[in-house]
Design a protein around this ligand. Structure first.
Ligand code: NAD
Length: 263
């Protein structure tokens, strides 16, 4: 299938590793010019080189903390005409509810929600002028099944669904679509490191910790394993494509069947 992404310019926030990296690489493979973003120049340079080598695509690098207003504004000034925005950057941290201070609630909101809201607001005028655009929020199954071990994270992922749906309705009748994608547990760099640390601390193998995680912590998973970042990226690339023009205002799952609902 040709995803018809030639000539499109895509920004993927937080794309030097994990799910964001896989999305940036896949969009580049499918012909989009891609802006790779991370917080350090070294990480950005490395990711750009790898994606260029793997795809022979057009890849720009942009080191910036996109959870900050000035950085977001500067990014959109430097790269006018963004056609595809993937709001991927996000943080997680297991913490008991009683131990989560106000500052953590605020930080999670700022990084996971407001960063994407702001970037969407900044790219929307160009998308409206072109009467075409794709805005995709990388939410999580945790938006629906709030993890008791990180309720603040769940709150941010649910908020993304609200913003995404509301924004889709606000651009009804245009060529712009807005969707959220809900990955399940995915073996990104962040999660991979987390599981490796748990395995080391309990003297178990990665596979043992993975099996126990899906038996006790996420027992409703139907695939009983972490998804790969590529499995998430494949869905995102389709949603970013002109072929997905009738898919908007949706919360699309790539959760390994973890959410216990057919809809
Ligand atoms: P990750 O930690 O592996 O990678 C995140 C990337 O974002 C890194 O390159 C990091 O440097 C970058 N980043 C973080 N904060 C940034 C900032 N302020 N500015 C610019 N770059 C920044 O993360 P991941 O697991 O791939 O998660 C990506 C997204 O997917 C997040 O929104 C997360 O909530 C969501 N998600 C992940 C999983 C999972 O199991 N991995 C499941 C559901 C949803």
């Amino acid at each position: 299938m040709d995803l018809q992404l030639n000539g499109k310019l895509a920004l993927v926030s937080g794309s030097t590793a994990g799910i964001g990296y896989a999305i940036a690489r896949t969009l580049a493979q499918e012909g989009a010019a891609v802006i790779v973003n991370g917080r350090t120049q070294a990480a950005v340079d490395e990711a750009v080189e790898r994606i260029r080598a793997e795809t022979q695509g057009t890849v720009h690098g942009h080191a910036a903390d996109l959870s900050k207003a000035e950085a977001a504004e500067e990014t959109v000034r430097r790269f006018p005409g963004i056609n595809i925005l993937v709001n991927n950057l996000g943080i997680f941290e297991p913490k008991a509810f009683e131990d989560i201070p106000d500052e953590d609630w605020q930080r999670f909101f700022d990084v996971n929600v407001l960063s994407g809201v702001r970037l969407a607001r900044l790219v929307l005028p160009d998308m409206k002028r072109a009467d075409w655009g794709r805005i995709i929020f990388i939410s999580s199954e945790s938006a629906v099944q709030i993890p008791t071990e990180m309720i603040h994270y769940g709150m941010t992922k649910t908020a993304q669904l609200a913003v995404s749906r509301g924004l889709a309705e606000s651009v009804a009748g245009t060529g712009i679509t807005v969707n959220s994608v809900l990955p399940g547990p995915t073996k990104s760099r962040g999660v991979g490191d987390f599981v490796k640390d748990m395995a080391r601390a309990s003297d178990k193998s990665f596979e043992q910790v993975e099996a126990e995680f899906f038996e006790h912590v996420r027992p409703t998973s139907l695939i009983k394993r972490f998804a790969s970042p590529q499995e998430v990226a494949s869905l995102v690339a389709y949603v970013a494509s002109p072929l997905a023009s009738a898919t908007t205002g949706a919360a699309l799952r790539v959760d390994g069947g973890l959410i216990k609902s057919a809809f």
